[in-house]
Design a protein around this ligand. Structure first.
Ligand code: HEM
Ligand code: FES
Length: 333
């Protein structure tokens, strides 16, 4: 969040996050190779490494895809979201190492170019792996906020939604490759369980949000009834839905409504709180003034504002959005 991009240094929370990730990976790879070697005396180190790297990248991909819906269901998971991009870049690097080892092992020894050999190989399952890897690369390479600023939030978000397509490609890669060529009950069960987990989690989070949206769409006079003012916690918001979600904030005895969508990566502003007089996004801390939806100087981000009124102790919001950054007189509780 800046007028001029400024690199942010590692803080203790980020260091702890990255350390836990690195330790978890080293333990997983060590255990996989160690247990694999003990159980299959004929397995080569290269094969064990290719599989250890492949499965750790796949597990990490599940963690990455679970964080969004978990945060929607329970805000206690938010610290995981804060550094999700580090997980994404790490996952790409592990998948890349898996691909390099696999290419060296299976395609580098003949007289055909290894990439041509990969693309023309029998079952073609590795082409799906390559396609997924290209998407992961595009995401990892553009994961920095510098790219977010260059591409714009919506193009960046669209590109990063490609992770779901890449996930499907990886499932095909596994189904047509490892599962097809060998009887791999553990891998088959784990892949099925992973898909069921992700589908279930996304469905539950979507249903919960839809139910909450339905609850808050009572309209009166064209304005949306956001419920009683006195049950709203100071410094917190109530989210109402008028096609777009709107965050109605109560602070210092006043009420203001702004778009629920953060300009950074679309974080749910109504799940944040007011800090130092600013609505603060729960995902990475972008801030906006409640009265006009503008980030405090020197920042320049703007979100839409909405008119608010209080009638008989109930809060009403005009669903017609004002231009981003338009000042609106707060309603008084
Ligand atoms: C150019 C890209 C890729 C190539 C050439 C490649 C190659 C291979 C090969 C040859 C195998 C079979 C290994 C074996 O059964 O011993 C395999 C399995 C696998 N690959 Fe890839 N892969 C690529 C990309 C990816 C990506 C991006 C992922 C994402 C996580 C991935 C995940 C897996 C998994 C989970 C397995 C099953 C591991 C097992 O057998 O236990 N691969 N891949
Ligand atoms: S989405 Fe990153 S700060 Fe709001």
């Amino acid at each position: 969040m800046s007028v001029k991009y400024r690199f942010i240094s590692w803080n203790p929370a980020k260091k702890a996050y990255d350390l836990a990730l690195a330790v978890g990976l080293v333990v997983y790879l060590g255990l996989f190779v160690g247990v694999g070697a003990a159980m299959h005396a004929d397995a080569t180190l290269e094969t064990l490494l290719i599989r250890a790297l492949a499965t750790s990248a796949f597990v990490l991909l599940h963690v990455i895809l679970s964080i969004g819906p978990l945060c929607r269901l329970n805000p206690r998971f938010l610290p995981l979201l804060y550094n999700r991009r580090h997980l994404g870049v790490t996952m790409f690097l592990i998948a890349f190492a898996h691909a390099v080892f696999a290419i060296v092992q299976f395609h580098a020894l003949g007289n055909v170019n290894p990439i041509v050999s990969l693309l023309t190989a029998g079952t073609g399952f590795q082409t799906f792996g390559l396609a997924a890897l290209v998407i992961f690369f595009a995401m990892a390479a553009t994961s920095h906020d510098l790219w977010l600023a260059k591409l714009g939030a919506s193009a960046w978000k669209t590109l990063h939604m490609g992770v779901y397509f890449a996930y499907a490609l990886v499932v095909l890669h596994i189904a047509l490759g490892a599962l097809h060529s060998e009887a791999h009950p553990v891998l088959a069960v784990a892949t099925g369980a992973g898909m069921a987990w992700l589908l279930g989690l996304h469905a539950v989070a979507a249903l919960r949000e839809r139910a909450a949206d339905r609850d808050t769409t009572r309209v009166e006079d064209g304005w949306i009834d956001a419920g009683p003012a006195d049950t709203m916690e100071d410094g917190r918001a109530r989210i109402v839905c008028a096609g777009e979600r709107i965050a109605v904030y109560r602070y210092d005895g006043k009420l203001s409504a702004v778009s629920n969508v953060c300009r950074h990566q679309g974080g749910p502003l109504g799940e944040g709180r007011v800090i130092d007089g600013c609505i603060t996004c729960p995902w990475h801390g972008y801030q906006y003034l409640p009265g006009n939806g503008r980030s405090p100087a020197p920042f320049t981000e703007k979100i839409a504002t909405y008119d608010v009124r209080v009638v008989g102790g109930r809060v009403f919001v005009n669903p017609e959005a004002n231009e981003p950054g338009t000042p609106v007189e707060p309603a008084h509780v």
